[in-house]
Design a protein around this ligand. Structure first.
Ligand code: NIG
Length: 388
């Protein structure tokens, strides 16, 4: 098996248990795994080598919350929002119509393009959700498409209640026929626990059915108000509760005492003009946080984790190190994965090289095209490796 030595790493941010930041570092990868990390001077001999020219390296982003299976856009809704309209869950129906209407090949191309854009922006592990199908066949197709392209698939049939059916009848459908059709293609179940979507009791039913089908639990909670989604997620031992814009002190304390990761979505908060999720208070209280893109056409039409990390630093009071950790290891924890989100011996070789000497430039130069190269599972993108 051929090994590759990467040198010329001006700053290596490992985000491993020791949270090491090494200068003049080197990394060895073999097949899809990291084999060695250390000082360039102590690097072992390998079959091939590449010098990245004095650039910073960090783990690939782990984007633990996105909705990539959709067609159309909602630019008009965005314009109205910027003119003062509030975000409401009802807009989801517009994307459901567009997604059901588009051909399967076109939808595949859209998803593939979005995953590719994310990869070139440094995202090497990605979760995505169904939720723009909202009937048995379209939800199943969305999950099958997602599993072709991303690491983690979440069933979000309980995104909003479609027209022509009562909420309770729709929850019955989600928990029975729809779940049976989608579960073979998903690892997670999620529910939008919010006014205008599903209340706490309906959400609990969805999560219980998903758990009985062998899926892990995730919740969209407390995005638009004090929905009870965070308390439900903690009560049910969900891996993650996402959004978290409206948290009581009790919610923060409950998260801090739980294994549920609070996933914050800075780009969504900007694009909906919502109060930023209290990431600083969550960390100070001892909760685990993740940062994710929430790429979707309604509330956050970007997959740029660089942008999310910069926003978390510039607007949410996190340090650069905290934001990088939340967007790598935090995302991995939210997906209950230990193989990604850190540069450690034995981890998947998911590496992100910045066209900058240090990771600080992510927030110091926001919006600049800093992602220079990536390796995902040992495969390089954006860089020529001699002999590869
Ligand atoms: O995570 N909040 C629910 N779902 C998405 C938005 C979906 C949409 O408006 O299309 C979110 O923000």
């Amino acid at each position: 098996m051929s090994s590759l030595l990467i040198t010329g790493i001006s700053e290596l941010t490992t985000v491993d248990v020791e949270a090491r930041v090494l200068g003049d570092a080197a990394v060895v990868i073999e097949a899809e795994t990291i084999k060695w990390i250390g000082s360039a001077k102590a690097a072992p001999t390998t079959d091939r080598r590449v010098d990245i020219g004095g650039r910073a390296m960090l783990p690939g982003w782990v984007d633990s919350h996105s909705h990539l299976v959709f067609a159309g856009d909602r630019a008009a809704e965005f314009v109205a929002r910027m003119a003062g309209e509030p975000y409401a869950a009802g807009g989801i129906a517009v994307t459901v119509d567009a997604t059901r209407t588009v051909g399967a090949d076109q939808l595949r191309e859209l998803v593939e393009t979005r995953v590719w854009e994310a990869l070139l922006g440094g995202t090497t592990c990605m979760e995505t959700k169904t939720g723009y199908g909202l009937d048995v066949e379209h939800e199943r197709q969305a999950a099958m498409l997602a599993e072709e392209f991303v690491d983690e698939v979440t069933f979000l049939g309980a995104h909003v209640v479609p027209d022509g059916i009562s909420a309770d009848d729709y929850v019955d459908l989600v928990c029975a026929e729809m779940l049976s059709a989608v579960a073979p293609h998903a690892g997670w179940i999620d529910v939008f626990c919010e006014t205008g979507a599903f209340d706490v009791d309906q959400s609990r039913r969805v999560l219980e059915a998903g758990r009985a089908a062998g899926l892990g639990l995730r919740v969209h909670g407390n995005q638009l108000g004090h929905s009870g989604g965070v308390a439900l997620a903690v009560e049910m031992g969900a891996a993650s509760v996402d959004h978290c814009n409206y948290l009581s002190e009790g919610d923060i304390a409950a998260l801090a005492q739980s294994d549920t990761v609070a996933t914050v979505l800075p780009a969504c908060d900007l694009s909906t003009r919502a109060p930023f999720a209290p990431a600083r208070q969550l960390l100070d209280a001892g909760a685990s946080i993740a940062i994710a893109s929430n790429c979707n056409p309604g509330t956050s039409y970007t997959s740029s984790m660089n942008f999310c990390v910069a926003t978390a630093v510039l607007q949410m009071g996190l340090t650069l190190d905290e934001a990088v950790a939340a967007a790598t290891r935090g995302g991995a924890r939210a997906l209950r994965r230990s193989d990604v989100g850190q540069i450690a011996v034995g981890s998947r070789a998911d590496l992100h090289v910045l066209d900058a000497p240090s990771a600080t430039h992510l927030a110091y130069r926001p919006g600049m095209p800093l992602s220079w190269a990536v390796w995902r599972a040992g495969v390089p993108y954006g860089i020529e490796i001699p002999g590869h």
